[in-house]
Each structure stands twice: as structure tokens, then as C-alpha cells.
Design a protein around this ligand. Structure first.
Ligand code: CP
Ligand code: NVA
Length: 303
């Protein structure tokens, strides 16, 4: 890996102050877009986006964000590129590095992301793997702080499947100094090595099987789909039904608690309409902040 290349792979790879600087950059661009639109800081830069899984928010937020800062994008999918015909990730990295200034990858296996970063000579950005979703967490921290001030010292509660977004939440709690309680069935807990890393770092993370215990007096409650892309349903709905975010469950949180969800939501499964459309919900700001947070990431990677 070229040491000087500024990849955005996972939150655990950053020191706390660099992550805070990237987030602050996103907030600064958001609050004075006209200044950045005028200076076009990414003029002449091109981002390639490779999607091996579907996306709405990631694709549109990166594309619009790049254009608003003066840059261009090229989108590749597995089905219409040579990746789907067996060209290796390493060779794809070498070739794309000759054409573009940064590469975003959404894929299944996190080892593909590592291979891309190993062989690319331009920054690589993690647009979601089966293991993590760090861009989402930058937007989530931005969203909480937009509504309630600093995340440090606050308590977040995750309820449902211990999936890729929950793993990035664990990394974010460790790096942004908030407490995290995760309520997951025994068989769907977050990644054990990420949990161990967080505990070894001294983070305040607890895992329980009881959603009411996790949500008790929380500042923010988070849900995500029960069946992530590539997952098999295989009994998950039955197993996860007690983890649904309802008005009753929100009643265990602080009165001014927020509700967040990375979207897409499966209304009536992991969250009921009364919550996602209710007074707690900041999910539309959260979706918008994907673009603002990623502008900070792009600016950092490309400067
Ligand atoms: N939250 C998120 O990453 O959404 P998309 O799958 O639509 O990109
Ligand atoms: N956990 C979900 C997140 C989607 C943005 C998935 O991986 O499908």
C-alpha cells in the first residue's frame, strides 16, 4: 500500500482527532456551500464508484457531492464491467488508478476492499462491505450533533441484527467517545473481533439480548434492516420481532431521544411508522448528511 495515500477504509484505522477533523470539514462545507461551490475544490478530480451491491443513498450522495465541489464521477457495476468477468481487484486497482483520483467500493467481502487499497495508488473509500459501513457513521454522528450537540458522553442504543452498520457504530463509539448498548439475539451479535478491539480500547460498549435494557434512558435509538443485502432471511424475522422499535420501546429512552436508521427501512419490521415518522425521527436529515459527511471525506482524501 502506498503509505502517503489517504484511504477511508474503516474508523478504527484513524486517530480520534483526524476523524473529528474530517467530520468538521463536512460540517464546514455544509454550512457554507456557496463558498465551496465557488472555489470548486475538487475541480479536475474524478471519483470512480464500483457497486457490487445495490444502492440509492450512497450512489446519489457521492455523485451529487462530488459534482457540487467541482468534480466528476464514473460508476461501474459488477454486471457491466470486467470485474464480473473475472478481472482481479488488484488489476482493476492498477488500471483505475491511471484514470481517476479516488475509488469508492461497495462490496461483500472486506478483503476485496483491502486488496483494492493495497494495489491502488489513489485513495480508496469504503462504501459498505458485509463487515462495516463507515461513511454511514460519519453521517450519523453529524446528524446527532446537528440536533443535540456533542456525541461525547451520550448513550446510543442499537436494537436488532448485529450487522455491518452496528460494527461501524462500535468503532464510532470508540473514536467519538460515546457509550453504546447493543440489543441483539445471541446468534446475531456484532463482529466479535471488533467488539474485543473496542473493549481493549476502553470503550463503553455493552451487549444484551434485552432491547428495553439497551434503550433505557438512551439519547438515541438506532435500528437497521433485519435482513441485510446478501443475508438469507432464514428465521430472522421471527427471531428479531422482539427487537422492533415501537412507541413503547422509545418510551424507555430519554424523553428527547432521537431515532436513527441508515435506510432503506422496512416499515413494520424493524421500526413502526409511528416512530420513523414520529417526533423522535431524524432519518431524513441522516440521509442528507451522507452527502455532507462524504464531502468532508472526499476533500480530506483528495487534498
Ligand atoms: N444507507 C445506505 O447506505 O443506503 P444505500 O444502500 O441506498 O446506499
Ligand atoms: N445493513 C444494511 C445496510 C444498508 C445500507 C445492508 O448491508 O444491507
Amino acid at each position: 500500500m502506498t503509505e502517503s495515500v489517504k484511504h477511508f477504509l474503516d474508523l478504527d484505522k484513524f486517530d480520534k482527532s483526524t476523524l473529528r477533523d474530517i467530520l468538521d470539514l463536512g460540517v464546514a462545507i455544509k454550512s457554507d456551500l456557496s463558498l465551496y461551490a465557488k472555489s470548486q475544490p475538487l475541480s479536475g478530480k474524478t471519483l470512480a464508484m464500483i457497486f457490487e451491491k445495490p444502492s440509492t443513498r450512497t450512489r446519489v450522495s457521492f455523485e451529487v457531492g462530488m459534482r457540487q465541489l467541482g468534480g466528476e464521477v464514473v460508476v461501474l457495476s459488477q454486471s457491466d464491467s470486467q470485474l464480473g468477468q473475472g478481472e482481479t481487484i488488484a488489476d482493476t486497482a492498477r488500471v483505475l488508478s491511471r484514470f481517476v483520483d479516488a475509488i469508492m467500493l461497495r462490496t461483500d467481502d472486506p478483503r476485496k476492499l483491502d486488496e483494492l487499497a493495497e494495489y491502488a495508488t489513489v485513495p480508496v473509500i469504503n462504501g459498505l462491505t458485509d463487515l462495516t459501513h463507515p461513511c454511514q457513521l460519519m453521517a450519523d454522528v453529524m446528524t446527532f450533533e446537528q440536533h443535540r450537540g456533542p456525541v461525547a458522553g451520550r448513550t446510543f442504543a442499537w436494537t436488532g441484527d448485529g450487522n455491518n452498520v452496528s460494527n461501524s457504530f462500535i468503532q464510532a463509539a470508540t473514536k467519538f467517545d460515546f457509550s453504546l448498548r447493543l440489543a441483539c439475539p445471541e446468534s446475531l451479535r456484532p463482529d466479535a473481533s471488533i467488539l474485543k478491539w473496542a473493549v481493549d480500547c476502553g470503550a463503553d460498549i455493552t451487549v444484551t439480548a434485552d432491547p428495553a435494557e439497551a434503550v433505557d434512558q438512551a439519547d438515541c435509538v438506532i435500528a437497521d434492516t433485519w435482513v441485510s443485502m446478501n443475508d438469507k432471511e432464514a428465521g430472522r424475522v421471527e427471531l428479531l420481532t422482539p427487537y422492533r422499535v415501537t412507541e413503547d420501546l422509545m418510551g424507555h429512552a430519554k424523553d428527547d431521544a432521537l431515532f436513527m436508521h441508515c435506510l432503506p427501512a422496512h416499515r413494520g419490521e424493524e421500526v413502526v411508522n409511528e416512530v420513523i415518522d414520529g417526533r423522535w425521527s431524524v432519518v431524513w436529515d441522516e440521509a442528507e448528511n451522507r452527502m455532507h459527511a462524504q464531502k468532508g471525506i472526499l476533500h480530506w482524501c483528495l487534498s
